[in-house]
Design a protein around this ligand. Structure first.
Ligand SMILES: Cc1cc2nc3c(=O)[nH]c(=O)nc-3n(C[C@H](O)[C@H](O)[C@H](O)COP(=O)(O)OP(=O)(O)OC[C@H]3O[C@@H](n4cnc5c(N)ncnc54)[C@H](O)[C@@H]3O)c2cc1C
Length: 410
């Protein structure tokens, strides 16, 4: 049996691509394989009737540190959302701006009625602290749940329930806010420092850009890995010999391939895509359900940020629902009428995208945000379950694991 490569990377999602980029830049002979017929893993875009539907609404944050290191963000032609949110409550809709990005509008946000005035000041202070503190320092804090961290910062149940719970539940797929405060600190730090957007042509442009500099003949798709052992990767068709293996699969597949990797609970996110001739709001802004009487966490008119997401004369609305239930589209559409305070009867339902394994649960005690790179002799593990459950977590983990491989070779 011939040697396939010095390093075989199993999984061409963001973590596998980041690992391949670092190994390739160091001149290491590698082979990147994926069972799917495309790269990108959980980041994909389908074109349906001229609409670009990401396989689950997701966004890029320009402050993700590993992102700018790996790609030229200008080439993604990012289209940005307004640095603010709308919060729909029982009787009104309140607009809250990002105080660091829209300082002139910040006084209006301070006067807005979500939580109390001290709540809003404390939240501003918390975001400022996340923005200005280094990740290493934030990670030295004692580990607890997100909701405990927010309460310890003095925030009332009201501001948590009206603003932070719907916002963070859409980001982490965790309505109970049981996620580790370390993860939440990293994610809120990025929100405090960065801008949120999508590539003009869809999220699939992200893995495409990551793969750009890689030699195409070192990527093998439609190749399902059935087992690994030190120095050997078994696929359905053939066995591949190598020196090092990087398992950069989704968390359940990693646990199947490596018995010492504990299975992780996966959280579900479901996106409902609708088309409308008239946008229900005048700007690309995330609308949160602060009343939490229905299943929707957040909704946004994506095409107002990225016009190419919809054909001319149409708008694309993406609505996120968290949890194992996939409510009927009619229920979600009725909720959207309440949230946007407009009729949705003329809207066209394009698709419901339910991702059962959208994000790994990152609940304490994790001990460390960054799980060890190497799990046994010659076998390394990367992916968002080894860092924060996010694009940044996947990229950082892949990069870090490739660094560990480079150190072991030298
Ligand atoms: C709906 C949704 C919304 C999200 N929203 C955001 C957001 O707004 N912001 C954010 O930062 N993050 C978001 N995320 C999270 C982010 O997309 C993921 O954290 C990241 O893409 C995970 O990358 P990964 O490389 O770790 O894993 P994956 O993308 O799962 O890649 C693993 C790859 O391994 C392959 N594989 C698995 N088993 C095998 C096998 N046996 N043989 C060969 N190949 C195999 C798979 O085909 C896959 O391509 C969201 C995710 C979803 C699904």
């Amino acid at each position: 049996m011939a040697v396939a490569a010095e390093v075989v990377i199993v999984g061409a999602g963001l973590a596998g691509l980041a690992a391949a980029r670092r190994l390739s830049a160091a001149g290491v002979d590698h082979l990147l394989i994926d069972r799917a017929d495309r790269i990108g893993g959980r980041v994909a875009t389908d074109v349906v009737d001229g609409f670009r539907l990401d396989r689950g609404f997701q966004v890029l944050n320009t402050a993700y540190p590993r992102l700018a290191d790996l790609i030229d963000l200008d080439r993604l032609d990012l289209r940005f959302f307004t640095p603010a949110v709308l919060v729909r409550r029982a009787d009104d809709t309140v607009r809250l701006v990002h105080p660091l990005r829209m300082p002139f509008a910040a006084p209006a946000t301070l006067l807005a009625g979500v939580g109390t005035l001290p709540d809003r000041l404390r939240l501003g202070r918390l975001l400022m602290r996340y923005a200005l503190t280094s990740p290493a320092r934030l990670l030295t804090r004692a580990e607890t749940s997100a909701v405990d961290e927010l309460r310890r910062a003095g925030l009332s149940t009201r501001i948590i329930d009206e603003l932070l719970r719907p916002f963070l539940s859409g980001v982490l797929a965790d309505p109970d806010l049981e996620t580790s405060n370390h993860v939440v600190a990293m994610i809120l730090r990025s929100f405090a420092r960065g801008r949120i957007g999508v590539p003009a042509a869809g999220m699939a442009d992200l893995p495409r850009a990551l793969a750009g500099p890689l030699p195409p003949d070192r990527i093998r798709l439609a190749t399902d890995v059935t087992a690994i052992e030190p120095g050997l990767v078994r696929t359905r068709d053939t066995d591949l010999r190598c020196r090092w293996i990087v398992v950069a699969t989704d968390p359940p597949a990693a646990a199947r391939l490596i018995p010492s990797v504990a299975p992780v609970r996966m959280r579900q996110l479901t996106t409902y895509y609708h088309a409308a001739e008239q946008p229900p709001v005048a700007e690309p802004i995330l609308l949160l359900d602060g009343h939490r009487s229905g299943p929707v966490a957040n909704t946004v008119v994506v095409s107002q940020a990225a016009p190419d997401y919809a054909p001319p004369g149409q708008h694309l609305i993406a609505t996120s629902v968290v949890g194992r239930e996939t409510p009927p589209e009619t229920v979600v559409r009725a909720e959207l009428a309440r949230l946007y305070q407009t009729s949705t009867t003329g809207w066209c339902h394009l698709r419901t995208v339910a991702v059962v394994g959208a994000l790994p649960a990152a609940v304490p005690p994790r001990g460390t945000l960054r799980a060890p790179a190497q799990v046994s002799s010659g076998i390394f593990v990367a992916g968002d379950h080894r860092d924060s459950p996010s694009i940044q977590g996947a990229l950082a983990s892949g990069w870090r694991v490739a660094g560990a491989v480079l150190r072991r070779r030298s």
